[in-house]
Design a binder for this molecule. Sequence first.
Ligand SMILES: Nc1ncnc2c1ncn2[C@@H]1O[C@H](COP(=O)(O)OP(=O)(O)OP(=O)(O)O)[C@@H](O)[C@H]1O
Ligand SMILES: [Mg+2]
Length: 251
Amino acid sequence: MEPDDAPAVAPVLEVQGLEISYGPVVAATDVSLRVNRGEIVALLGPNGAGKTSVLKAIMGLVRPSAGRVDYLAGGVRREITRVPTHDLARLGIANVPSAQIVLPRMTVEENLLVGGLYLLDDRRAARQRVDELLNRFPLLAARAGQLASSLSGGEQRQLAIARGLMPGPRLMLLDEPSLGLSPIMLNSVFGMLARICREDGVDILMVEQNVRKALEIADRAYVMRIGGIEFSGPSDEVAEMERLKDAYLGG
Ligand SMILES: Nc1ncnc2c1ncn2[C@@H]1O[C@H](COP(=O)(O)OP(=O)(O)OP(=O)(O)O)[C@@H](O)[C@H]1O
Ligand SMILES: [Mg+2]
């Protein structure tokens, strides 16, 4: 790991020596990474490299066979390796997976309410938060009463991100937010993620296959090859590395 990776303060999220297996299939070995306060961090790599598995292990959705995950919230650092998913939400971690992202038979507004109800104190607080988010996401505001199933893929992705923001998280994990987005929608979603980090103070760890786009908004990146981290560094260094590799491999 590069010395410039060393944080001055404790990282918000720290993953150390994570190993994930599905029966005989080893999805990840010795994966270590961290997210510092105020950062967008990208986790890159080809299909099957183990990126989603790493996010799932952090979220308590798969149990790692080795390693640990620590999280800093309210000045307290704690191990969250075996903390159940719903408790992680309470601790301020939002998860935006890549599939099954909205409740299709509910309206946009109802999707948002559901995203916050069990964490916000009361309906009024939830209602107020929905209004804040609809202000923030004008495209969703125009479709507030529409069934989520009638939204375009890009709109559904925006809704999933907005729903993740409902409880006011400190850390957001996203799995391939660019998946299936047109270039215009992609710019809009990524611009939104940058603002969510800079303006709302939500730190972000996102898995991406759109390397160029991800590196535009990320501060640092980790690149996985099958099963492990190949290299990491500030986004400009990773971008240079990827360019060189493309040049050599003709990719
Ligand atoms: N539930 C599972 N059972 C068995 N094997 C799995 C399971 N989930 C993932 N794997 C395997 O683990 C490896 C890593 O998968 P993972 O989904 O983490 O990769 P990924 O980097 O997210 O890939 P992609 O870019 O295609 O989403 C793959 O070989 C995959 O087949
Ligand atoms: Mg994946």
